[in-house]
Design a protein around this ligand. Structure first.
Ligand code: 5FU
Length: 259
């Protein structure tokens, strides 16, 4: 009998501590929701993280859109991550040669490796990008996602790109824990499949973003985590909206378990 593994089963299988924590959190908090907290001030970011924290497994940041960034912000955010039990994922989308991304990850204004549990990178430059990031992240017990498929219309990550990305991940499975993708790439339960471009109804924005529903992502495409930005940040009440996405995402997971 083919049985679909639960998040809890997969937590036990995983060897990377970040993936283990992530699956454990998803099982315990009953959530496969990642909040994309795309707000532009530190105060808004902290308010949102504190309010929505109980409903999410990951808080995704774009730290370079914060207009009043100060190092205190990531310190306070780390406290909220501990308080509510979520992981921080800086959606930096590294895309350069290994030597450059090492500096971008560890230094500069943001010092991302000091506070972000998870980062992501394009596979486009080749394996050197992962090697470079790994030289910084591995000793700090950080994890990386590779961008295999994008949600935006007309993106060039097509054909064998996702397959080649999977192969790159397999060669660095001590640091890469999964993918940003629109569909499941592998049946190996160690990989975390995370999907942006999610709203409660299908649709698009005026700049090429394309939305699927939580059910389509989790049940049909067999991904693990939904990333929701404006569906929550632009809602009248962000907590009410987060609860709705948490419920929709988790019910879709329970439905997939019955398949
Ligand atoms: F890799 C990707 C992708 O393929 N699509 C995305 O939308 C990342 N994103 C991010 O997810 C994007 O940068 C936003 O931060 C977020 C989606 O936000 P939305 O408001 O839910 O459209």
């Amino acid at each position: 009998v083919k049985r679909v593994l639960t998040y809890g089963d997969r937590a036990k299988l995983c060897s990377h501590s970040v993936a283990k924590f992530l699956f454990t959190t998803m099982e315990d908090k009953q959530t496969n929701l990642a909040l994309s907290a795309d707000v532009t001030t530190g105060a808004e970011l902290l308010r949102l993280a504190d309010a929505v924290g109980p409903h999410i497994c990951i808080l995704k940041t774009h730290i370079d859109i914060i207009s009043d960034f100060k190092p205190d912000l990531v310190h306070d955010l780390s406290h909220l991550a501990e308080k509510h039990g979520f992981l921080i994922f800086e959606d930096r989308k590294f895309a350069d040669i290994g030597n450059t991304v090492k500096h971008q990850y560890s230094s500069g204004v943001y010092r991302i490796s000091d506070w972000s549990h998870i980062i992501n990178a394009h596979a486009l430059p080749g394996p050197g990008i992962v090697q470079g990031l790994k030289e910084v992240g591995l000793v700090k017990d950080r994890a990386c996602l590779l961008i295999a498929e994008m949600s935006s219309k007309g993106n060039l990550a097509t054909g064998d790109y996702a397959k080649a990305t999977l192969k790159m991940a397999e060669e660095h499975d001590d640091f890469v824990i999964g993918f940003i993708t629109q569909s499941k790439l592998s049946n190996d339960p160690n990989w975390v499949h995370i999907t942006p471009g999610v709203k409660l109804t299908r649709g698009k924005d005026s700049l090429g973003q394309q939305y699927l529903t939580p059910r389509e992502v989790i049940c049909d495409k067999e991904c693990d985590i939904i990333i929701v930005g404006r569906g929550i940040t632009e809602a009248e009440d962000s907590v009410v909206a987060a609860k709705a996405f948490q419920e929709a995402g988790y019910n879709a997971y329970l439905e997939r378990m019955q398949k």
